[in-house]
Design a protein around this ligand. Structure first.
Ligand code: PMP
Length: 367
């Protein structure tokens, strides 16, 4: 069966750069503690559930019509949430930040064009590149996964990418980049008009010492800061990602977006949720406490967790990380083996889930 399927796929006239690739696929298993995809594991607060339900109910009445193609109210609410003097002219949104990033590559990448990023980083970047026929260039980091402004700028000059994706806080390592890296990359790409994207999917979980690249938007028309409602807002299922940039860049994205790409249901849900930002963000501090607890306890166990500005922790060192992952799974805890030898990644969940993870890990390590 499996073999027949593979042969059939290969017989299709698939584009050369898609041959042999695997779809993005964090395992969706039925396990008691799901700590593998960096969701907010806290349930959606009841007032938000009610607000979304009644907004969707109301929107359903007009589903015979296409939705507001410009999702104006959503852009206004997202601008108000971000602050920094941004208005709806600066905002754009799509079905998850994955789609936002894809649209950026549709507009600014494509055949004969290059995307530079710095692995280990978000595993969708190379897939978005091949999906849009953009050449993916894997930049390099220091051995401890840090990236200096000098090194990043030099790599931009050497590779002359059309688009650079910087992930901060970075997935899977969890650590934020200094704004000096963003500035240096933008400066280095100035000569050939590079688009610089800072993917801040996890920004709300940052340590107090970290600053958002939103503070750099003024005067940098090719800088894009991408965000999502999937993480801090606990709305991964709603599929709403967004970005802030110059009005020129949003106009470029209008050329590639599908008409009415944000459904009336999606817009209603997101607009309703954005009226309860404080309630939605109420779990962020709790998650940060659990995140810091994981870092602290892993250190006590003799492990090496990376500094985390996000709602997950990247840690090593294991002779056989996959065996540890498997041992945790057998104990009902699903975390992520991101394919980096000797390391694993765990999402910081509720206090109870964090305890379950730590207890299971101690057992697996025989400590
Ligand atoms: N960027 C990063 C760094 C991520 O980790 C994720 C989710 N795993 C995304 C973007 C995409 O999230 P969404 O499409 O749900 O907004």
């Amino acid at each position: 069966q499996e073999h027949a399927k593979t042969t059939a796929l290969e017989a299709l006239p698939l584009r050369a750069n898609l041959r042999g690739q695997s779809p993005y696929g964090a395992p969706q298993l039925e396990v008691e503690h799901l700590l593998n995809t960096n969701e907010n594991t806290h349930p959606v607060p009841q007032v938000v559930v009610d607000a979304i339900a009644s907004a969707v109910h109301e929107a359903a009445v007009s589903l015979n019509r296409y939705p507001d193609r410009e999702f104006t109210q959503l852009r206004q609410r997202l601008a108000a949430y971000l602050g920094h003097g941004l208005t709806e002219e600066n905002m754009w949104a799509a079905n998850g930040s994955n789609e936002v990033l894809q649209q950026i590559l549709q507009a600014f990448g494509g055949p004969g064009r290059k995307l530079l990023s710095f692995p280990p980083t978000y595993s969708m970047y190379p897939l978005l590149a091949s999906g849009t026929n953009t050449e993916y260039i894997a930049g390099v980091r220091n051995e401890d996964f840090t990236l200096s402004p000098e090194s990043a700028a030099r790599q931009v000059q050497e590779t002359q990418p059309n688009v650079v994706f910087l992930c901060s806080p970075n997935n899977p390592t969890g650590t934020a980049l200094g704004l000096d890296v963003v500035e240096a990359v933008y400066e280095a790409g100035q000569e050939f008009n590079a688009i610089v994207v800072v993917d801040e999917a996890y920004e709300e979980f940052s340590l107090n010492t970290t600053k958002s690249a939103l503070t750099l938007l003024d005067g940098r028309e090719r800088l894009i800061v991408s965000r999502t409602m999937s993480k801090a807002f606990a709305l991964a299922g709603a599929r709403v990602g967004y970005l802030a940039t110059s009005p020129q860049v949003t106009d470029a994205l209008r050329l590639v977006r599908l008409p009415y790409h944000l459904s009336a249901i999606t817009q209603a849900a997101a607009n309703a949720a954005l009226q309860h930002v404080d309630v939605l963000l109420a779990t962020v501090d709790e998650i940060k406490v659990q995140r810091d607890r994981i870092v602290e306890e892993l250190r006590q166990m003799g492990l090496k967790p990376a500094v985390s500005d996000s709602n997950f922790v990247f840690f090593g060192w294991f002779e056989d990380a996959h065996a540890v992952w498997q041992g945790l799974l057998e104990r009902g805890v699903l975390i992520r083996d991101v394919g980096i030898p000797h390391h694993l990644r765990v999402t910081a969940g509720t206090e109870e889930e964090t305890t379950a993870f730590l207890v299971a890990l101690r057992e697996v390590m025989g400590a």
